[in-house]
Ligand binder design. Sequence first.
Ligand SMILES: Nc1nc2c(ncn2[C@@H]2O[C@@H]3COP(=O)(O)O[C@H]4[C@@H](O)[C@H](n5cnc6c(=O)[nH]c(N)nc65)O[C@@H]4COP(=O)(O)O[C@H]3[C@H]2O)c(=O)[nH]1
Length: 818
Amino acid sequence: MNTPLRVLIIEDSEDDALLVARALRAGGYDPILHRIENASRMEEALQHPWDVIISDYTMPSFSTPQALRLLQRKGVDIPFIMVSGTVGEDRAVQVMKAGAHDYIMKEQLSRLVPAVRRELREAKLRRERVRAQKQLQKLSRAIEQTAECVFITNPDGIIEYVNPAFERLTGFTSEEAMRNSPRILRSGQHSASFYRDMWRTLKDGGVFRGMVINRRKNGALFYEEKVITPIKDSNGVITHFVSTGQNISDRMEAETIRKRLTATLEATTDFVAIADLQGHLLYANAARRSVLGLAPEDKVGICTLSDGHTEWASAKLMSKAIPTAMQEDTWSGELALIDRDGLEIPVSEVIIAHRGPDGEVQFFSAIARNISERKRLEEELAYRASHDALTCLPNRSLLLDRMQQALAYARRYNHRVGVLFVDLDRFKRINDTLGHHAGDTILRTVAERICQGVRRSDTVSRHGGDEFVVIAAQVFDSNDLASIVSKIRKTVSEPIKVKNRQVVLTCSIGIALYPFDGEDTDTLLKNADTAMYQAKENGRNDFQYYTKEMNAQSHEMLNLEEELRRAVKAGEFVLHYQPQVDLQTGALSRLEALIRWQHPERGMLAPGTFIPVLEETGLIEPVGEWVVREAVRQCAVWKEMELPPVTVAVNLSVRQFANLNIAEAIERIVTEAGIPPACLELEITESVLMADAFDGAEALRALSQRGLRVAVDDFGTGYCALHYLRRLPVNTLKVDHSFVSDLEGDPTTAAIVSAIITLGHDLGCKVVAEGVETLAQCNHLHRLGCDLAQGYLYYRPCPPEEIEPLLQGGNHGHYKVQ
Ligand SMILES: Nc1nc2c(ncn2[C@@H]2O[C@@H]3COP(=O)(O)O[C@H]4[C@@H](O)[C@H](n5cnc6c(=O)[nH]c(N)nc65)O[C@@H]4COP(=O)(O)O[C@H]3[C@H]2O)c(=O)[nH]1
């Protein structure tokens, strides 16, 4: 069977065309012949595919050179054979140069078929070459333009080609890389064996695939996912290696960040979870898994976002947190988780709705922080803000709150509310004597005792210092209050053991009753306070119901403070002097300076009315110093008047004595006045001596070393340990007037006074009895061996001008012992 052959024949002679066809057929072809004889027909014909073009050289309206030009213009590569009569060598050469593939003379048609065969073969080769070239072009363009980093080495690993992506990624230009080894990229991040193994694989003809960390020309590292392929020739010999690498630095960095984030999330104590739109968990960190009781290998998808929360928190999460996050992107608030032991963990939780590019919520994340510690601190702060640190009793602010509640309740149910102001008597003295530490212990004990004495519905609060307030809710009359008061007084006065001593306390209580003594907290507290002051005025260890008259008195107290400030500035104080007489001879032995306030309207005021206020306000310090100066000045005047020298005793308050430089200050005053120090005796109460807050012994020694005399006032009322007294430089002991007044009626008191006198003498002191009012007392004291007496029996305190005649010796010996 003949091979079909599409032949375009350019020929004006039909016969010649048939001859060609015959020759082709004879040569084994089955030609489909299409004859044309001008350019336009040729152009039409070229729209169809042709295996070969056979052309006569010249025709009336066409020629081979024209046909060839047309083909060239069209860019068509079809085997072109000129079959013609003799055209001459020049023309033949010209036609071949113009693109004809062969030239056969009509007389030699037997050459046609071999020529056609050859040209068909050649054309096929040409087409394949063109296709291959195009392919090569495409490939090289692809390699040039690909984002992958490509380089090719010879079998020894010397770089022969790098693509632009290589240059961009590594920073090495093609020229720099050429004839170099890929070692220029080594980062030092892989071991030598890594490269050895890679090379072995490649040499063995294998393909290397793996992640390689390389280094840029500028030293920066980059990660490549690499494939290195050996290229082999037809004999299987490796001629090249092609390395293609994808820069995965960004991916590696992202992966590193992801790993770090995951490690952070796993390590944090916060509870983190991610959930899909249905609430099923997609991720839960270790803390959250632990709450859910999930092991690391367990699938978290079996749990939902609300799992692990308490019932109320779960309800809040579903009804509030998630809907809010859906609408507003985030919700934050307080919820609670429940751990595997059933313990509630208060958490501050944030729910975030994460949206996709379309704005639709894609998933939720939940971050919860354990706020147990914060809650505990908040509770502690709230407790501290409302309770007294020392006694743990409600403080003033909580008291007011409770009081308001009690009053509201009482208003509604027509009850009474009792407000008791409890103040410990002479607590300041105890504090000064035994020290603040012991004072604190006592306050705590008293607090506990008062609480035991009231009902649980009542409130006991510490109002500051040694003051307590009791709110007795739901009382019906003052009898109810009376029983509370009596319980408090009884319990407070039981001995308290502190520092190996038994301390016995008393208290003064002021009582105000709602609604009679006030309808609001402020008035009731103020009135109970006023009543308490009245109880103190009554001699302490007492209780007092509020009365309208007290109001006026409390105003008076406030005025007093203001007036005293003014009096200090105006110099309204004077000193009176009370003589102490010798019990043997009745002669004036010495004087005690006692302060008086020459009030412009109220006349001469005794110290009992203002000394406590001076002490409370601190005014005692300037006033006390004035007293010393004035007494010393008076001594100097008497000296000037050449009166016999006399010792003047001056009272020092606790507050003054706390000043460690007091001895120095007094010495300066005495020296400046030019009187002997022994003319001044400083009276210190027994309680001052025992104060822990400062070194009493040290201060006394400082006074004594300067030649000043020291007297212990009110002896017997405090807790002075006798062995302690023994070590102190005391010159005088003053027996408190309470002992003197009980001397006659009470044999125990007489025994105590006798003991004090003996002790005083043992210590080398003079003993002075205070408040001697009767001759009987005078005689008794004399019998007991007391040295001196001071009291109305002899002299009342009087101004200095009345003292002067006494000093001259004109008026003594009135009451000699009988
Ligand atoms: N019932 C009675 N009382 C008598 C009798 N003889 C004297 N008195 C009073 O007893 C008080 C004795 O002074 P004190 O125990 O040191 O007690 C003093 C002293 O503790 C204090 N005081 C007086 N002056 C000063 C002072 O300048 N500085 C300081 N810090 N306190 C002073 O005030 C207290 C009271 O002083 P005064 O009112 O002057 O009262 C004086 C005196 O007038 C008597 O026979 N019967």
